[in-house]
Design a protein around this ligand. Structure first.
Ligand code: BDR
Ligand code: CA
Length: 314
């Protein structure tokens, strides 16, 4: 039998990013986290790097390799989201100086070297933030494109449209040029947009089940989720906020929880009005080539069962 699936998590923690990291680290039989690479997004990269390391500490996995990546998008000024995630990016639990070390190499070098060293087609990239590190690696080392098994990313939206502007989802909006490079790369892509993540709500009963585990990682996660949902509960008038990023990991673990279709996805990089919009040809009204499996449906209760079980293993 094949061993656990090898992944690199590229991330900007972010409470929902932390939930994704915990889900992956709680699933060692199925997933081997080769490294966590951080990128500027929700907060600047110094903070996302610190938050990734804190998350490894919370997960009792100080052995995980964390690499700091790009400080700013390829062509634009950085846009951050402290209004959602708090000043630290990981508001909620009491934070501390993490023991998980920061590796000396740059995230982009780690991505390139790992893909060159591992057997072709055996490493999956899991971007949970802006695509700056991934696009920079692909531009600097085009030979790695054919060696990537798959890119499973959280980003974009189509029916649900935008959360940072009326037209754009945050991760794509932060670095639309990077997103364009990735979506034009020819690498197999699975896209998890807001249309799906807005069905995965942190309802009280679901979060209470995680809290009831009463372990340090579980309590830390629920403290994060309590903070994280505040903004969206007010914004959307929903009972609980959408939990975006851990769907990337849950899809790897249990693809049967998810449904979608192959589509063409293009990224808007020209218009200021719709900058970062993901133009998804869901209804196949063009003959543009399919370049992504776009997921839309999810068994949200099944997702929370999985998250609860795996956080319980940390
Ligand atoms: C995405 O934006 C970030 O704020 C979240 O961590 C998630 O990756 C949702 O639009
Ligand atoms: Ca994120």
């Amino acid at each position: 039998m094949a061993g656990p699936r090898k992944i690199i998590i590229d991330t900007d923690p972010g409470q929902d990013d932390a939930a994704a990291i915990m889900l992956a680290l709680g699933s060692p039989d199925e997933i081997d986290v080769l490294g966590i690479t951080t990128v500027a997004g929700n907060v600047p990269v110094a903070l996302t790097s610190r938050n990734a390391r804190i998350t490894c500490d919370f997960s009792n996995r100080k052995d995980v390799k964390v690499f700091a990546g790009c400080e700013k998008p390829i062509r634009r000024d950085l846009v951050t989201a402290e209004h959602v995630h708090g000043a630290t990016g990981l508001d909620g639990p009491e934070l501390f100086d993490p023991e998980t070390p920061l590796q000396p190499a740059h995230a982009v070098d780690f991505i390139i070297e790992t893909l060159r060293n591992e057997a072709p087609g055996t490493v999956t990239l899991c971007p949970l933030g802006a695509l700056t590190n991934i696009a920079t690696a692909l531009t600097r080392a085009p030979d790695i494109a054919g060696r990537i098994q798959e890119i499973v990313l959280m980003g974009g939206a189509y029916f649900e449209v935008g959360n940072i502007t009326p037209a754009a989802e945050f991760n794509i909006y932060v670095d639309p040029e990077a997103a364009e490079i990735v979506f034009k790369s020819g690498i197999p892509i699975v896209m998890i947009p807001l249309d799906l993540t807005h069905k995965v709500l942190t309802l009280k009963a679901r979060v209470d089940r995680i809290r009831a585990l009463a372990t340090r990682p579980a309590v830390a996660l629920t403290d994060m989720l309590d903070f994280f949902e505040r903004f969206d509960v007010v914004k959307y008038g929903s009972d609980g906020g959408p939990l975006h990023d851990p769907n990337v990991i849950a899809y790897l673990l249990k693809p049967d929880l998810y449904g979608g279709r192959m589509c063409n996805v293009e990224i808007e990089t020209g218009s200021e009005l719709t900058l970062g919009m993901t133009v998804v040809d869901w209804w196949q009204v063009t003959d543009r080539k399919h370049n992504a499996l776009v997921l839309k449906d999810v068994d949200a209760d099944g997702f929370f069962d999985l998250l609860t079980e795996r956080v319980g293993r940390l």
